[in-house]
Ligand binder design. Sequence first.
Ligand code: JUQ
Length: 150
Amino acid sequence: MLEDAVGLAAVTVLAVLEQAYFSLQVIYARRKYSVSPPATTGPPEFERVFRAQANCSEYFPVFITVLWTAGVFFSQGLSSVCGLLYLYGRLCYFRGYSQSAQGRLAPLYFSAKILWVLVGFSSLGVFLSFCRVYLNVDLLQEVCFALDLV
Ligand code: JUQ
């Protein structure tokens, strides 16, 4: 049922709102520093806000893809928590980058780590589901048997 994915949907809507917030900041920065479209260059203060928004947008499709594949095939709870942490990391990244190029680094490393976790959950979840559906092997169950957990 689609209702089962409401946690992932909530994180997705929040992610879209965050992207809208970043875009609004670019519009304000254009006004503040008098940089009219299509120009994308200007004072460093403007260019940092512009690049922060562009970089967050660039990773948005990757983030949404692994959020949903990890959530559907691995764990919705873990995936949603990682999703919230990623969005928080990107907010810190945007604010840090708006201040200085150096200020973006710590939140960038944090966001990248969270994204790797989601990539890992997606890979594992899709692999296990594939084995179950096409090879009729429940690897998770096999591991539990092997470790004498059941
Ligand atoms: C591409 C595809 C999947 C990544 C981590 C995890 C999964 C990132 C690299 C950024 C930026 C910003 C700047 C959030 C070494 C493999 C990934 C993935 C990348 N990595 N860069 C950079 C441009 O200010 O410099 O936002 N974000 C990443 O992940 C690490 C990369």
